[in-house]
Design a protein around this ligand. Structure first.
Ligand SMILES: Cc1ncc(COP(=O)(O)O)c(C=O)c1O
Length: 411
C-alpha cells in the first residue's frame, strides 16, 4: 500500500466520476416534440401520458405530477386532511422539506428517532409519539432504502392514522416486491435535478385511493375539481403543476431507470462487499423485506473507536485526498433555525419547543458516524467502483496501522 495522499502519496483516483444527470438525444427529441406538437403546460398530452406511465411504474393507480417534491408533500398533507395544529410524525434525519412542508400545511412536525442501522424512522418509537392530534405518519425512504413499511402501516391501521411515504429519493425501490409510494394512503417523489429521475425540478404523488387522488388533483391545480368549470375552485390550492417540458424529459427515463437501478445495485453490492470487511465501517442496512433500494445516496457509518479515535473529519480529508469525496450529509432537522418559530405566525405551535429536543440515534448518526458518498460514485464501471472501495481500504488501513499523523493532523 503506498503512502496515503493526505501525507504526500499518490491518490487512488485522479479522474472524475460519471456525471449525473446525463443529457441524451431522447430528451432533446422529446422536448422538441412538446415544443412543436403539444400544449406546454396544463392539459398537455405528455403530462397525462407521464402520469399514467409513472403510476404504473410505481405499482399505483394514480399519479399526480407536481412542480416539486416539496409541493407534492404540501398537497399530499392537505389532501390527507391535515388542518391547523394537526400533528405529523416524521424523522429528523432527512431533507428539510419532509418537516417544513408540515409547517407549510399549518401542521406540527413531531420528530421520531431513527434506527441507526437503516437510517430510517424507528417504528418501535412511533406509538409513543401518537396523540389525539396525530393525523399522518410520514416515513422517509432515506437514500432510497425502504423504511419498515409493514410495521408502520400496522401502527397506522391500529390508530386510524394515514401513512404518507416521502419517497422523494426512492424511485423504483420496493418493499416486498411492490414499488414504494402507494403502500399507505399515498406517497411523494421528487424529480429535482440530482434525483434518480430528473427534470431539473418536479415531483409527483402516487396513490391507489380515488378520493385522495381527486383531492390531490384539486390542491395542486388551484382548487379545481375534475369535470368542474375552469373558474370553479373548491379547495385552497395553488398552481403546483408540472410543465409539459418536464414531463417530456421524465417519460423516457422510465425506460432507462431499470438499467440504472441495476447498475446502482451491482456497484453497491461490490462496494458493500469490501466495506463489510473493514472493521469500523458499516454500510447502511437494508431490511429483509426491502427487495430493492433506489440507492440514491450511499450511506455508511464510521466508528472512530476502531481507528484509535481519529475524528471523522480527518477520515473525510484523507478520502478526499485519495480522490473520493465523502462527507457528513444531514444534520438533525430540529436544530435548523426555522424551528425557532414565532407563536404569532403559528399560534398552534405554542408549547412545542424544538430547541429542547434530542434524538440520540439521529444525533449519533449525523454528528459522529455518517459517511456519505456522492451518487455518481455508483454510476461507473468496475474500475470506478473499485477505486472507491480501494480508497476506503487504503485510508482505513493507514489509520489503523499508523494513527499518529492522523491524530495530529490539523484540519
Ligand atoms: C427526502 C426528501 N423529501 C423531500 C424532498 C423535496 O423535493 P424537492 O427538492 O423536489 O422539492 C427531497 C429532495 O430534495 C428529499 O430528499
Amino acid at each position: 500500500m503506498n503512502t496515503i495522499a493526505l501525507f504526500g502519496g499518490t491518490p487512488v483516483r485522479t479522474k472524475s466520476f460519471p456525471a449525473w444527470p446525463k443529457p441524451s438525444q431522447k430528451f432533446s427529441d422529446a422536448l422538441m416534440n412538446t415544443l412543436h406538437n403539444d400544449l406546454w403546460g396544463v392539459g398537455s398530452n405528455i403530462n397525462k401520458e407521464f402520469n399514467e406511465a409513472f403510476a404504473s411504474f410505481q405499482d399505483a393507480k394514480y399519479s399526480i405530477s407536481t412542480s416539486s417534491g416539496t409541493s407534492a408533500l404540501w398537497v399530499a398533507l392537505k389532501a390527507a386532511g391535515v388542518n391547523a395544529g394537526d400533528e405529523v410524525i416524521v424523522p429528523a434525519y432527512t431533507f428539510i422539506a419532509t418537516a417544513s412542508s408540515v409547517l407549510m400545511a399549518n401542521g406540527v412536525p413531531v420528530f421520531v428517532d431513527i434506527d441507526i442501522e437503516t437510517g430510517n424512522m424507528n417504528p418501535a418509537l412511533i406509538e409513543d409519539a401518537i396523540t389525539d392530534k396525530t393525523k399522518v405518519i410520514m416515513p422517509v425512504h432515506i437514500a432510497g432504502n425502504p423504511a419498515d413499511m409493514d410495521a408502520i402501516l400496522a401502527i397506522g391501521k391500529k390508530h386510524g392514522i394515514h401513512v404518507i411515504e416521502d419517497a422523494a429519493q426512492a424511485h423504483g425501490a420496493e418493499w416486498g416486491g411492490i414499488k414504494v409510494g402507494a403502500l399507505g394512503l399515498g406517497g411523494i417523489f421528487s424529480f429535482q435535478t440530482s434525483k434518480n429521475m430528473s427534470a431539473g425540478e418536479g415531483g409527483a404523488i402516487v396513490t391507489n385511493d380515488d378520493g385522495f387522488a381527486e383531492r390531490c388533483f384539486s390542491y395542486h391545480n388551484c382548487g379545481r375539481v375534475t369535470g368542474g368549470e375552469w373558474y370553479e375552485h373548491s379547495h385552497l390550492g395553488g398552481n403546483f403543476r408540472l410543465s409539459a417540458f418536464q414531463a417530456s424529459m421524465l417519460l423516457p427515463q422510465l425506460d432507462t431507470l431499470p438499467d440504472t437501478i441495476s447498475l446502482r445495485n451491482n456497484n453497491r453490492a461490490k462496494l458493500d462487499n469490501v466495506l463489510n470487511d473493514i472493521d469500523g465501517i458499516t454500510p447502511q442496512k437494508m431490511l429483509e423485506k426491502a427487495t430493492n433500494s433506489a440507492n440514491h445516496l450511499i450511506l455508511s457509518r464510521y466508528d472512530k473507536s476502531a481507528f484509535h479515535g481519529i475524528p471523522r473529519d480527518t477520515f473525510f480529508k484523507a478520502m478526499q485526498a485519495e480522490g473520493v469525496y465523502t462527507y457528513q450529509g444531514y444534520a438533525p432537522l430540529y436544530r435548523e433555525r426555522l424551528f425557532i418559530t414565532n407563536n404569532e405566525e403559528y399560534p398552534w405551535l405554542k408549547g412545542y419547543n424544538y430547541s429542547e429536543l434530542t434524538l440520540p440515534e439521529t444525533e449519533r448518526l449525523a454528528d459522529e458516524e455518517s459517511i456519505w458518498l456522492r451518487q455518481n460514485h455508483l454510476l461507473g464501471n468496475d474500475e470506478d467502483i473499485m477505486d472507491v472501495a480501494n480508497a476506503f481500504t487504503k485510508v482505513t488501513e493507514a489509520m489503523r496501522k499508523n494513527p499518529d499523523p492522523f491524530l495530529t493532523y490539523n484540519i
